[in-house]
Design a protein around this ligand. Structure first.
Ligand SMILES: Nc1ncnc2c1ncn2[C@@H]1O[C@H](COP(=O)(O)OS(=O)(=O)O)[C@@H](OP(=O)(O)O)[C@H]1O
Ligand SMILES: [Mg+2]
Ligand SMILES: [Mg+2]
Ligand SMILES: [Mg+2]
Length: 336
């Protein structure tokens, strides 16, 4: 049996089950209404339920593994939130073999409150990445990764709305991506367990590239990206796609560069927003770093405290992309 085989199959199953939750919620749009968390970002019953489903499935097979998950139950408790809690419970139990009661539901979600760190095994989970994309009916991803001693060893991403072949409008939607360190990166349909290896598109000059960025200008500066693209003589328009689907798209050659450029200096990226994507990039032949060329450090807790922004691209062009980023950042620092 290959290294991390049980972790790989368990994570794939967990992500597929959580993706079903998201699809069910979206089919009944009334349930997909968001509430706003204390940090002013949106959350839906699907985010809560997907985290409950994945944490429960992981807990059964790996009871001693901690989980660094995006969500917690702070805003799911109290009388006022009873209807929301009941909806989350109903959804979760429509997927799990053994139904949970309310207390078990809350503790399943709160298994995700681990602080992270450098020692030992831990999972990191983003039950819905691109919640805003999910609410718009566009792209979103269920993202799960296993980190051991600060290194991402396994990444699985479910993209329920992503076409298997982007160039074919009729192509089936619902793709799952999986990578294990040293074992390559693969794509499969939700509807079949056949896996196909994926690779970065070969490219020799940045001017030929298509770059991906967030749909939300508040999450990544579109203005800075346009300046960087101009310096690199990129003529193709940006490929704006929600969520960690960006990582999936560059890893299978739909685009060539992923730029995530901070819009404010206070924002620090979360580990669950980049763990699975970073391994997918590395295992499909790409390079990933922060804007200064520094490797992403997943060992410092729940956040990528030592990194600023993200850039992923083909190794042939990575240093040129970093140079262009430096020129734009320097100019901005001078002007501010
Ligand atoms: N200010 C700011 N800067 C950078 N990133 C931020 C910011 N605010 C939120 N977030 C995180 O962005 C995650 C969504 O990823 P994307 O921006 O790629 O997708 S999208 O365009 O918003 O759909 C989103 O993940 P989810 O909350 O899981 O959707 C957030 O973790
Ligand atoms: Mg969120
Ligand atoms: Mg996210
Ligand atoms: Mg999320």
């Amino acid at each position: 049996m290959s290294v991390l085989a049980l972790e790989r199959s368990t994570a794939i199953n967990a992500v597929l089950q959580a993706s079903k939750v998201c699809q069910a919620v979206f089919r009944n749009l009334a349930d997909a209404k968001a509430i706003t968390k204390k940090d002013k970002t949106p959350i839906t019953v699907a985010d809560y339920s997907a985290q409950a489903v994945i944490n429960t499935i992981l807990g059964k097979t790996f009871p001693n593994d901690p989980i660094v998950g995006e969500e917690d139950t702070d805003e799911l408790r109290g009388d006022e939130r009873k209807p929301l809690r009941e909806k989350v419970l109903e959804l979760t139990n429509s997927i799990l073999d053994v139904p949970l009661d309310e207390n078990k539901l809350l503790s399943a979600i709160d298994r995700g409150t681990h602080p992270g760190g450098i020692k030992g095994r831990m999972w990191t989970l983003d039950p819905i990445d691109g919640t805003k994309g999910f609410l718009r009916g566009e792209q979103y991803a269920v993202c799960l990764a296993l980190i051991i001693d600060g290194q991402v060893e396994l990444g699985v991403m479910g993209c329920p709305n992503l076409p298997f072949d982007l160039k074919n409008k009729e192509s089936e939607r619902g793709c799952l991506f999986v990578a294990v360190k040293g074992q390559g990166a693969f794509q499969r349909k939700f509807s079949s367990s056949d896996e196909l290896p994926i690779h970065f598109a070969n490219i020799s000059s940045p001017s030929e590239a298509t770059f991906c960025e967030s749909v939300e200008a508040g999450h990544s500066s579109h203005d800075d990206a346009a300046k960087i693209a101009a310096l690199l003589e990129i003529s193709k328009p940006p490929f704006r796609v929600d969520s960690q689907c960006k990582y999936c798209c560059i890893s299978r050659g739909d685009a060539n560069i992923y730029l995530r450029l901070p819009t404010n200096v206070q924002y620090i990226e979360n580990i669950w927003d980049h763990a699975s994507g970073s391994l997918l990039v590395n295992e499909s032949g790409g390079t990933i770093s922060d804007l200064y060329g520094k490797a992403l450090d997943f060992s410092l807790g729940r956040k990528l405290k030592a990194n600023t922004g993200i850039v992923a691209s083909h190794p042939n062009i990575h240093s040129q992309v970093l140079d262009a980023i430096q020129q734009v950042i320097k100019k901005e620092n001078i002007n501010n």
